[in-house]
Design a protein around this ligand. Structure first.
Ligand code: SAM
Length: 470
């Protein structure tokens, strides 16, 4: 079980090689990738050599670090320490209107995990790991991500074992109103949105935090809209309906990023969400109150777009949302779902995203694997054309492309991207033979091995396939 000296040396040498490569790399995206690789290799080295009890202790420390971070954030400690220079615990205590001893004890915990430097006894300065928590970091501050992910959502999931003890081990997966989240906040009988809307601060903080996730979840970069929609584009035909579109930011990105496409952009959401959005916020976008469980009123749009919505819903309700769109679809209309496709099997490099599935579990939702997206297509009576995914750029985020089962257009573009040989006109308007079935290939639901995995070591030994073509 314990690694041999040779294995440890090999891991350390691998790390040195990656560090040397990084030192000579100047291209920012490549540097980012190499840095991620270096961090993963460093973690692998630690996991190999660390005493298992020490590793367990690290998890315990993490739990307490989180509570120290949240309390520090609430007290304003991250802002009370100046951007440059140092400050004493006494000054921080005065600025935060809190007891000095409290400040010292919280900052000690943070200092131990390299959030803040204690430059002299009782005197602290920011470092790169503390600054990101602070409003000093401007719009990229992680503060609001923390507020949503940890302050609002985590306490419920942290108590999952108590929830299961109370409701039983077969509960949770078929309810939205008896969830860990609604239970923790004493609002059994209310769904997630009702709990969120129960306080103005709560929903405000949530929306603010969610907005930060926007920059991590692009629209135009994840699907070749202009290439695929070009031939069907027509000023008289709706271009895109953003269903459950929130504040409509996806549509703004679409208009800006795809200038060659014409047609209306329509934002659908609940009336209370749309009320707050002015015309100036969303120039050129039509707002339309619509309950997505009711039949879709906009017919023959090129795209029915659904981002970060389906993961709120379990399969039967997710299928209801999709079935409500089907009667409105034209022969070449597409449903594009931008969510996540959990890699199977997961590995350590997926940890930065997989936690979202547990967060969704706490409110009765779920993230899906490609097989789950396939299942949802069958349940809804749709054809899964392709799952667009570029793990190196966007991790497990993906765009799932559904069409009507007998759709007369399918995007062979994906294949062309792989082959690099097809003529562009052929690509966008392929004519299929009666049994062609488009790019719909059989997916073996019993075999999750979409990655080449060394099961002995449980490490990925080859790159995950990009944009899995189905
Ligand atoms: C997580 S947000 C995603 C918002 C947006 N698509 C984005 O990516 O920023 C889920 C959205 O679904 C909307 N929603 C929830 N139930 C709905 C319903 N029955 N009909 C229409 N929209 C609904 C919510 O109001 C919210 O804006």
């Amino acid at each position: 079980m314990d690694p041999s000296a040779e294995e440890i040396i090999a891991l350390a040498e691998q790390l040195t090689q990656t560090a040397k490569g990084l030192a000579s790399e100047t291209h920012p995206p490549a540097r980012k990738q190499q840095t991620a690789c270096l961090v993963l290799q460093a973690k692998q080295l630690i996991w190999s050599v660390q005493d298992p009890h020490d590793a367990l202790m690290d998890h315990i420390v993490n739990g307490y670090t989180i509570s120290a971070c949240l309390a520090a954030s609430k007290l304003g400690i991250f802002e009370a320490v100046p951007l440059t220079g140092t400050t004493s615990a006494k000054q921080v205590a005065q600025r935060c209107n809190a007891a000095e001893e409290l400040i010292v004890r919280l900052m000690r915990q943070l200092t131990c995990v390299n959030i803040f430097n204690e430059v002299r006894l009782g005197e602290w300065a920011h470092n790169r790991l503390s600054l990101v928590h602070s409003e000093h970091a401007g719009p990229t501050s992680g503060k609001w991500l923390y507020t949503v992910s940890l302050d609002e959502m985590m306490p419920a999931m942290y108590r999952l074992n108590h929830y299961l003890e109370h409701f039983g081990n077969h509960s949770l997966l078929d309810t939205y109103i008896e969830t860990p989240h609604s239970w923790f906040y004493g609002m059994i009988g209310k769904n997630f949105w009702e709990v969120m809307n129960s306080s103005h601060d709560r929903i405000e903080n949530f929306i603010r935090g969610l907005a930060l996730f926007d920059s991590l979840h692009p629209v135009v970069a994840m699907f070749p809209f202009e290439k695929i929609l070009r031939n069907g584009s027509n000023p008289k035909r709706p271009l895109m309906v953003d269903i459950g579109g929130g504040r409509g930011l996806a549509l703004l990105e679409m208009r800006k990023g795809c200038p060659s496409l014409s047609g209306d952009l329509i934002l659908q959401d609940r009336p209370c969400v749309l009320e707050d959005i002015s015309y100036d916020d969303l120039p050129g976008v039509t707002k339309m109150a619509h309950d997505f469980f009711q039949e879709q009123p906009v017919h023959n749009a090129q795209v029915y777009y659904i981002r970060r919505v389906m993961h709120d819903w379990q399969d039967n309700d997710a299928a209801r949302i999709l079935k409500a769109i089907i009667p409105a679809m034209g022969p070449d209309s597409r449903i594009l779902i931008s969510d996540m496709a959990i890699p199977e099997p997961v590995t350590s490099r997926d940890a930065g995203a997989i936690w979202l599935d547990l967060m969704m579990m706490s409110i009765g939702g779920k993230e899906r694997t490609i097989r789950d997206w396939q299942y949802l297509a069958v349940l809804s009576g749709l054809k899964l054309v392709k799952v667009w995914q570029e793990p190196e750029k966007f991790g497990p985020l993906c765009v799932v492309e559904y069409m009507l089962p007998d759709a007369d257009h399918t995007p062979s573009l994906g294949r062309a991207m792989v082959d690099g040989a097809a003529d562009e006109n052929e690509i966008t308007t392929p004519k299929l033979g009666p049994n062609d079935g488009g790019s719909f290939i059989e997916y073996d639901l019993d075999s999750p091995e979409s990655r080449d995995v060394d099961w002995e070591e449980r490490t990925v030994v080859a790159d995950r396939e990009q944009s899995m073509e189905l």
